[in-house]
Design a protein around this ligand. Sequence first.
Ligand SMILES: [Zn+2]
Length: 180
Amino acid sequence: MEINEFESFLVNLTAFFERKHPTDKIIDLWFDMVHDIPVDELLQIYNKITKENESFPRNLTAVMWALHYDIIAGDPIREKVYKNCPECSDGLMHLRKMDGDGLYMQPYVFRCATCRQRAEAFPWGNRAALIREGYESPPIMEGTENIKNIKELRKFILDKFGVSERAEGEVMGNAKMPHM
Ligand SMILES: [Zn+2]
């Protein structure tokens, strides 16, 4: 993959987990470790990480390589089909809650108790009850609901923020990535 492709991937991943975008230096370090992963695996890797993790992976590059080996081992990442439910997304609810200091810390993941279609260890939750307890849906950036693959994500970011592709070896001083 190219660094701008990795950056697009990171923009979406950090937005999903409401994590601050990493510094350019960190991005460069990570990119050195994962640039051999083919770009056409990124969407599968993204889907797998966001479906199965409660928070941003502690060791992102290792997780990416593990998923890469799953893919090339012909062990296709199961694209499980979940039924539509108005309360959740694929049977899960990613919510946030303001703490006593007025800050949002880590996102909370619940299994939707309305459709009950997930088997993972997340606690069950009923959306209306959780909202009454102070949980909120994280804000979704306008336009992102139409993004279906990494190409469309790149185009979205270019259109929206004008982040240009970076030449090899150039220092990323001025290319500020958006914090979504
Ligand atoms: Zn549901």
